[in-house]
Design a protein around this ligand. Structure first.
Ligand code: FES
Length: 93
């Protein structure tokens, strides 16, 4: 069991018993994380900033890297729809 914590206007926490996409965890936590393209790595609206637990996240794939580059994102920012948590993680949105 691990915890994914979302810090933002509407904070929330999801308890996950398996590897879980951050976007799915946000839904579980009832956090209204934007996701305009429906999780297809096209819009960038699901951008989050990793505060803790970055070592528990999946590697960046090509699609995510392309969007992050277009957004000029910082190295601690990820797309929630393309990032999977395997351990305790805390993000700002
Ligand atoms: S929901 Fe569009 S990039 Fe993640």
């Amino acid at each position: 069991m691990h915890t994914v914590r979302f810090n933002g206007k509407t904070p929330g926490t999801a308890e996950c018993d398996r590897e879980t996409a951050l976007l799915a965890a946000s839904a579980k936590a009832e956090v209204p994380l934007p996701h305009r393209c429906g999780g297809h790595a096209r819009c960038g609206t699901c951008l989050v900033t990793v505060v803790e637990g970055g070592e528990h996240l999946s590697e960046k794939g090509a699609a995510e890297s392309r969007v992050l580059l277009a957004l000029k994102a910082n190295s601690d920012q990820r797309l929630a729809c393309q990032t999977w948590a395997r351990g305790d993680v805390s993000v700002n949105y």
